[in-house]
Design a protein around this ligand. Structure first.
Ligand code: PMT
Length: 399
């Protein structure tokens, strides 16, 4: 998630979910945003102003008359904001915003905004379903605000239903999508991510260190930029990116089938997955037992199919095919050999084995080689940012 240099207004109103705004603020800051918090008096009963002040490293707008800032400040904040998110948004706040009422620091600032606005309603289910609240949400939507539907589940008021504020990472993701350029609109992108696991017996397998972070970052970035994304994923510990159609697989053969099934519709195919090159010849259906007379076990492996190569051999001219190369040495030589052997339009080569790039790391350093001979360096940066740079490069070549 990259919100570097973005000015974000975080509105907090008085609901129990206000505690989640603290985590949202932390995530916004981590994503590089400069955040100003505007809170209602009621929000202060749930989370103190000092918490927001310390974490945002900015003065908090909470009282038009008694704050140290002048009453003009809310206009300045509104004017410089690139986006605003109100989370949680109470029925009261939604009503005021829908009808242009500006009687406190938050609503006054909101009325002066010209940037994209996201509203995250959170309240008791009956309140949320009340026709007046729904009508007010309709008004906000009609006037261009983006409503993030609340989750359903157990609420603090002991009822079960719609009204729970979504998790902060989800709200951040939707904000990034709101701000992203939509240059992948109408493009269908097929991505593979994570490792494959090849069973030895019901309890053991052959695999590799891929965490899925790089492939998921590419899927998330493409979705944020308007693409329709299908993500074929080996077993990983990551939530499915919002708005992405995830197909979970285990082995190379399963990954191959899922990729081939979805190939026809894809405009762009990006194979980030670390596929196991070999699998055990025999997959025992009972656990292999230790024997007392032997201190070694020989596993015979057979080569897996090369999914990328097969796709490269059959791809249409209007499809753009990108592979990844994970190398420990001679990055350029190996990457160039793979681009030819697998008939790729582009390969993203990264060094693995270190702490900062490749497997498991949050960051990566990639060299992009294109079929036309051009080379582009993506220096060490967060995998989400690498993903966006990769998509920029793909767009410049694929059009
Ligand atoms: O998941 P992370 O922890 O974030 O780590 C990211 C990563 C290091 C896995 C990723 O950046 C990466 O380099 N992915 C490619 C890993 C890999 O398998 O590289 P390779 O050089 O062995 O394979 C080259 C290409 O052929 C890859 O696109 C691979 O998906 C594909 N391939 C390989 C073997 C095979 N049987 N079928 C394939 O399709």
């Amino acid at each position: 998630m990259n919100l570097k240099d973005k000015q974000i207004l975080l509105g907090v109103t008085g609901g129990i979910a206000a505690y989640k705004s603290v985590e949202l603020l932390r995530l916004l800051k981590k994503a590089g945003a400069n955040v100003t918090v505007a809170m209602t008096e009621a929000a202060g009963h749930f989370v103190g102003k000092t918490t927001f002040e310390v974490l945002s490293e900015n003065p908090v707008l909470s009282d038009l008359w008694n704050d140290t800032q002048s009453s003009v400040t809310h206009i300045d904040v509104a004017a410089r904001s690139d986006a605003a998110v109100v989370a949680p948004a109470t029925a009261n706040c939604i009503g005021k915003l829908a009808h242009g009422i500006a009687d406190d620091a938050l609503t006054t600032t909101m009325l002066a905004l010209t940037c994209p606005v996201m509203i995250c309603p959170s309240m008791n289910t009956d309140m949320y379903q009340n026709i007046r609240v729904q009508e007010n949400l309709d008004i906000l939507e009609r006037t261009g605000m983006h409503i993030v539907d609340p989750d359903s589940g157990a609420l603090a008021c002991k009822t079960v239903g719609a009204g729970r504020l979504p998790e902060p990472w989800f709200i951040l993701d939707r904000l990034c999508a709101l701000l992203a350029k939509k240059d992948f609109k109408d493009k269908k992108v097929l991505i593979s991510a994570g490792p494959t696991v090849e069973a030895i017996d019901p309890v053991r397998y052959v695999s590799n260190h891929s965490s899925g972070k790089m492939g998921y970052a590419v899927a998330r970035a493409a979705e944020n930029r308007g693409a329709k994304v299908t993500l074929v994923s080996g077993p990983v510990n990551l939530e499915a990116p919002v708005g992405v159609d995830r197909i979970s697989v285990e082995s190379c053969n399963q990954m191959a089938n899922a990729m081939f099934d979805n190939l026809k519709d894809a405009d762009i195919i990006i194979k980030v997955a670390a596929v196991a090159d070999y699998r055990p010849v025999n997959q025992e259906n009972k656990k292999i037992k230790k024997t007392s007379d032997s201190t070694s076990l020989t596993l015979t492996l057979t080569e897996n199919q090369d999914i990328l190569k097969t796709i490269g051999q059959s791809k249409r001219d209007d499809q753009f095919l990108v592979g990844f190369a994970a190398e420990t040495n001679d990055l350029e030589t190996h990457a160039l050999a793979k681009i030819k052997k697998k008939n790729l339009d582009m390969i993203a080569a990264n060094l693995v084995g270190g702490k900062e790039s490749g497997f498991k790391a949050d960051t990566n350093k990639v060299k992009l080689f294109s079929r036309d001979g051009s080379v582009k360096d993506i220096p060490l940066m967060d995998k989400s940012e690498v993903a966006h740079r990769l998509l920029d490069a793909i767009l410049s070549k694929a059009g």
